[in-house]
Write a protein that binds this ligand. Sequence first.
Ligand code: ZN
Length: 150
Amino acid sequence: MAVRIIKTQEDPVLRKKSREVEIIDERIFQLLDDMAETMIKADGVGLAAPQVGVLKRVVTIDVGEGVIEMINPQILEYDGEQFGDEGCLSVPGKFGKVRRPNSVKVSFLNRQGDKVEMEGTELFARAVFHEVDHLDGVLFIDKVEGELEE
Ligand code: ZN
């Protein structure tokens, strides 16, 4: 495993749309391993592949219950609303208030290629929406209401 460099705000790669993963092979395993290591080292709640310069629909999330790996995540349902501080490893040191659904049901492939559905609320829901946004070239700063704070 290896820690990868996290791309920051100015990098155009963060504004591109990521492609679906078609074959889950050794390169995807390596990417998942590296993303988890990079996310943990940076003390992040989530990381999306474009943040390490890879335009593939791959996300890792850890809301304190272990690393969840998501390949080709798709939001199936969401409900409610939460409004709170959000940050991003690609926008270091800055925070802002973002409105997100309070609950989510998401489907994705795990590294075995099995289709998995997962439901969650609050921080988990916020992380899923934030990371899926990254796969479409959207950053939280696009959605901040009020000032971006340092
Ligand atoms: Zn982010």
